[in-house]
Design a protein around this ligand. Structure first.
Ligand code: ACM
Length: 720
């Protein structure tokens, strides 16, 4: 990798190009690349892209790169409509890919993933120390073309890029809801687009044992409902990921979360069985008995064969959420604790983990587990996957453990991309020592599986996980939320192009609601209403849809809605701009907000009639009524703001009551995300008479305070 003087060289070549002139010129624009590269210099010229790309590899036998350039061409052709076979096109843009070494067949996490990309009218030079870096450079290159009128071009640029963290993961829980291999493959393709490099498969939990054991086939036979990966299928999947520069880290969650294991091995549970596969969500009592040698014999067999199947050195053993109920209730276990001087259940858990670590060490593995396994009795070369928060990271790194951050990246909570974007694997650098900082390896988005099916999972992962990918790849200083959203919209299309189904799933979900095709009158209104709703946040869905479990299909209104409504977010941004800019809101901005609310109110008004014909749409009646009430309150506030009139106290009170009503829980488990921005409108309208006397910040503080709901929403506790 030519690191030396590279930036100076780039700048000189840009200046040289500018002097000799290039085919196209345009003012440099910000690049839409996501994750944002470490360093970018853009030139004024553009490289025309009439015929696509032709690749020349410095290592023409590098299978990873040959295959990657083939996929690149297919994706580019599908986007551009330019279908020339790359190597025959006379005026295609030449791309020289220069690598100095090949990473191992299965990446280890310690390879150099940096790359340099130099784009000029003469062609593209992509150089990298390893083919993994070159893969990342190809993904960046594929994000650069812009269409201007009928023609494509690339802006001249020099990019120097390298990851901030070596571990950039996505956890997919395939235990709660089964996710077949093709779901995993398409999400691996999407991971590569945004430079994520570790797929963490949560393979076992109370609700399923999802991989073939050859030493103990009864585990999958009795614990999976027939839904598990064969070892051959898993080996293929691991190779598929490795060809895309992605490691696969398996998780076998023990000693808790093991109901599916003890269905076939009740003798290894801490209380007598029988046991059946768990169908519900939560933290359950069954936990392996750590006092029995037979437990370790089974684990040695199963983890031993899995250690051979999964080439990665990291091996995740879960270790979270043992509620202690079974250990407390078993006198033999409590006696064992006393006799071995283990003091308490955490002491017993540490004993169990030490035994497990010995099994894994023998198999050449590095044990990874959730926060609960952090214990000074364990060797410091284990890794802590931190789901509990920044204090857990601080205490584990202080104990000398390497750490990953999962907390803040729980995409199953259905929070907006911005909230994940602003979480950082390094919580507060000023509060950690240099040594602690050096123990933070990166982080991972967690797609827990209680509320996702193969049909919906892409829409819960993407595009929000691209924001997390940026947090894990790009410099810590890259934190501009509105720029992130601007690029997220583009990368969402790139993810679709790579095979993710987060955009294409929508029609299927709407068809579930109506049980028919979508050509019926009013279908656009249904689409609009669904676009304006979001699933409830955190784990509230489980408390609202108490009948739902693993056997109930995920085909309802909440499944059809996206975790983050773009319509509502844009509306909210425009409200903030209108209410907080200047001394009086801009009338065109207010009119545009009003137009939108009027149209959405009309769409929501159609829902009752649609629900008369299509019973599946009845779920939308209450949220649609909430949407109408919200729109009405917003329109009234906007009219007052436009007229410079203060909303009368009793009208403001009525509007707030309507908005509280629209925020009330309903069994459809969706929210109306327009409520918070409309609260701002009502607050601003009700305080109009005080605006002129207040400085901008004081005005903003007043409006935000007045807009707070009477009772903040309550959240149920986390579990997984
Ligand atoms: C977890 O969420 N219990 C790791």
């Amino acid at each position: 990798m030519p690191r030396k003087n590279s930036f100076a060289t780039c700048l000189c070549s840009l200046i040289a190009l500018a002097c000799c002139g290039v085919a196209l010129r345009a003012a440099p624009q910000p690049l839409d690349v996501m994750p944002a590269p470490s360093q970018v210099r853009t030139g004024a010229g553009r490289a025309a892209l009439a015929d696509g790309f032709v690749f020349t590899l410095s290592d023409p036998a590098d299978a990873r790169l040959i295959l990657a350039t083939g996929r690149f061409q297919a994706r580019w052709n599908a986007r551009s409509g330019l279908s020339h076979p790359g190597n025959a096109a006379p005026s295609a843009l030449q791309v020289k890919v220069q690598t100095t070494s090949r990473a191992p067949e299965y990446p280890t996490g310690s390879e150099d993933e940096s790359y340099e990309l130099h784009v000029s009218a003469k062609g593209v030079i992509l150089s990298a120390a390893t083919d993994l870096g070159a893969l990342h450079g190809l993904e960046t290159l594929l994000q650069l073309p812009r269409r201007d009128g009928g023609s494509w071009s690339l802006q001249e640029c020099d990019i120097l890029d390298r990851p901030r963290f070596a571990f950039r993961g996505l956890l997919i829980d395939v235990a709660r809801h089964w996710q077949p291999a093709d779901v995993i493959r398409r999400n691996v393709d999407a991971m590569a687009v945004v430079k994520l490099n570790v797929l963490h498969l949560h393979l076992t939990d109370d609700q399923g044992f999802r991989i073939e054991s050859r030493t103990h086939p009864e585990l999958q036979t009795q614990g999976s409902d027939g839904h598990f990966y064969t070892q051959a299928e898993m080996a293929d999947l691991i190779r598929y990921a490795a060809l895309r520069g992605i490691r696969v880290v398996p998780e076998f969650d023990v000693p808790g979360h093991t109901t599916s294991w003890v269905v076939s091995h009740p003798e290894l549970a801490s209380l007598p069985g029988p046991y059946a596969i768990e169908r519900w969500w939560g933290v359950f009592n069954p936990v392996l008995d750590p006092t029995k040698e037979a437990t370790y014999a089974l684990l040695a067999d199963v983890l031993g064969e899995m250690a051979a199947l999964f080439p990665d050195r990291m091996f995740h053993i879960g270790g979270d959420e043992n509620n202690g109920v079974q250990w407390n209730a078993n006198p033999v276990i409590q006696a064992f604790i006393r006799e071995h001087g283990l003091h308490d259940n955490p002491g017993l858990h540490a004993y169990f983990n030490k035994r497990l670590n010995a099994i894994l060490e023998k198999a050449g593995k590095r044990m990874v587990g959730w926060d609960e396994i952090a214990n000074p009795q364990l060797p410091t070369d284990i890794v802590i996957d931190s789901w509990r928060g920044t204090e857990a990271i601080a205490s584990s790194t202080a104990l000398g453990f390497d750490c990953l951050r999962a907390n803040g990246f729980y995409i199953d909570l259905c929070y907006p991309a911005a909230s994940h974007y602003l979480a950082d694997p390094v919580p507060d650098p000023s509060k950690l020592t240099q040594s602690q900082l050096s123990h933070i390896l990166g982080g991972e988005a967690t797609m827990w599986g209680e509320w996702v099916s193969p049909e919906t999972i892409d829409s819960r992962i993407w595009p929000r996980t691209a924001a997390i990918a940026e947090r894990l790849w790009s410099p810590a200083s890259v934190t501009d939320v509105s720029d992130m959203y601007r690029r997220l919209a583009t990368v969402s299309l790139r993810l679709d192009e790579a095979g993710a189904l987060h955009l294409r799933y929508r029609d299927g979900m709407l068809r579930h609601l109506v049980g028919a095709n979508l050509g019926f009158p009013g279908s656009e209104s249904l689409r609009t209403v669904v676009d304006l709703l979001e699933p409830v946040k955190q784990y509230r869905r489980g408390t609202l849809q108490i009948w739902s479990n693993q056997l109930v299909p995920l085909i309802g209104l909440a499944d059809a809605t996206l975790p983050e409504s773009d319509l509502a977010r844009h509306f909210s941004e425009d409200v903030e701009a209108a209410v907080f800019a200047g001394t009086r809101a801009d009338s065109a901005a207010l009119a545009s907000l009003r137009e939108r609310l009027k149209a959405w109110n009309a769409a929501a008004a159609d829902i009752d009639g649609i629900a008369d014909v299509y019973p599946g749409v009845r779920e939308a009646i209450v949220p649609a009524a909430g949407l109408r009430a919200t729109a009405a309150a917003g329109i009234e506030a906007l009219d007052a703001l436009a007229a410079g009139r203060t909303l009368e106290p009793e009208r403001a009170k009525a509007a707030r009551a309507a908005l509280d009503g629209a925020s009330a829980d309903s069994p459809s488990a969706v929210i109306v995300p327009l409520v918070p921005p409309v609260r701002l409108l009502v607050a601003a309208a009700s305080a109009q008479d005080r605006r002129a006397a207040l400085a901008p910040q004081a005005w903003q503080d007043l409006v935000r305070t007045l807009a707070l709901p009477e009772k903040p929403p309550t959240h149920s506790k986390h579990y997984n």
